[in-house]
Design a protein around this ligand. Sequence first.
Ligand SMILES: [Zn+2]
Length: 125
Amino acid sequence: MHEFSLATNILETAIDVANSNKAKKIVEIWIEVGEFTFVNIEQLMFALEIASENTLAKGSQLRIDRIPGRILCKNCRYEGDIKETNDTSLDFLSFLTFECPKCGSNETEITSGRELLVKNIKIAT
Ligand SMILES: [Zn+2]
């Protein structure tokens, strides 16, 4: 499960920071998730809950900022949102290119929306 390995990475980052601040407990984990990661948030939260058992992060709150996806069209220099897509298959994502909503070109690059990172944590010492 994709979400489970993401959850493990998030936890490792958060616990590293907590340890270097001599925390007894992680109260809140604040993450940024880009639209183009197509992470299933419910599954991610579930995975984090399981993975945080017996760690400093047990019972912590997850706060999520969604980062909207943006593309840049190399053909017409359009920059902005994509058209709605309902295809969230991860195999498909590895080869993902988006069609420019303005000129229809596939010569686009993703400029925002692939983020998945720990932005901040709140700890108790
Ligand atoms: Zn274009």
